[in-house]
Design a protein around this ligand. Sequence first.
Ligand SMILES: Cc1cc2nc3c(=O)[nH]c(=O)nc-3n(C[C@H](O)[C@H](O)[C@H](O)COP(=O)(O)OP(=O)(O)OC[C@H]3O[C@@H](n4cnc5c(N)ncnc54)[C@H](O)[C@@H]3O)c2cc1C
Length: 348
Amino acid sequence: MSKETIVVIGAGVIGLSTALCIQQHLTPTQSILLVARDFPSETSVNYASPWAGAHYRPVPGSSPQALREADQAQRTYEFLKRTAAAEPGTGIKFIEGVEHLEAPPPEYLDQQSVRNVYSHLDKFQILGKEEVPAGVVWGVKYGTYVINSPVYCAHLLRKFVLNGGETRQYTLANLKEAFSMAGNVKTVVNCSGSGFEDPKSFIIRGQTCLVRNPVTKTITRQNTDGSWSFCIPRPLEGGTIIGGTKEPNNWDPNPSLETRQRLLANATKWFPFTSESGGQFDVIRDIVGRRPAREGGLCIEAEQLAGDRYIVHGYGAGGRGFELSRGVAEDVVAVMLEKRLLQAKASL
Ligand SMILES: Cc1cc2nc3c(=O)[nH]c(=O)nc-3n(C[C@H](O)[C@H](O)[C@H](O)COP(=O)(O)OP(=O)(O)OC[C@H]3O[C@@H](n4cnc5c(N)ncnc54)[C@H](O)[C@@H]3O)c2cc1C
């Protein structure tokens, strides 16, 4: 009998993180193949990962999704802290994060909710009235990370290949086709972002603008009209992301000039860009990406098919794929261990 091949679909941050976690548990009779339409060297509006800012900003709340994500985010924070310290070229940097909210939703005013998601952060501090700009009702600062998303994804892919993982660029027509990608496939791991026609999946369009102007911290401002503005410096001289829009079910692939002007005008008002730019932005490009969201949050579960074959799902990270990536990968692997599709082993 040939070796069993585990097929992971997707080379976004979720598929790559999951594939690396799976590699820690492979037995000598198992191998792993990553199949994807898009890899980190390319860009497509339907491939969310290279477009992400990306920063970590906790989200308070008490729904099952909010609680699950808070746990995944905290594990990811600790993992990325270890990674940044051990491997400086991975595109992760720990810096100060600031939030200024003009009309905080109720969960931000509930001290327990706030403590649940923020208190694990280094140097977390609630800002007093005198420390926040005019109009801001709720403010915090803390130690967070920013990620140069294409660099980090390329790092994950390189690590996967160095660990012996194989890759194939291929567009699958459906999930079942993945079982034909190698000779003996019993398990397919679905990290395709939108999950292959799951009726609960939807996209959230995001438009941001990448500029050369540097900034030293990541700041998020929520405006009274419900819109959000943020600046995210990308490590390793990757410029700064100025954001951004969140537009559910908007399929427009083209950047809007009007949106760019609004984002940059807000950034001039609120973010401390250094004075040598004279208030002008040096724009590298507009960005439009589709966040792969899902009602109720990520789907992480095993689906059994005839013949003792399994599809293990891990998709629907919405706007938080980087922040949740390691936690999601661990949770997908936990499902695989529970179903005995992998063997428990100490982490390498
Ligand atoms: C503008 C913007 C800003 C963002 N900012 C942040 C942020 O600050 N922090 C944060 O954590 N997240 C942020 N995100 C969200 C983040 O980008 C996503 O949550 C994350 O990239 C999702 O990763 P994924 O691996 O699930 O999906 P994707 O990155 O979309 O990857 C899906 C993979 O599946 C493959 N695939 C899909 N269908 C098929 C098929 N039929 N056959 C073969 N392969 C297939 C694709 O080719 C790809 O390799 C942002 C997103 C956008 C657009």
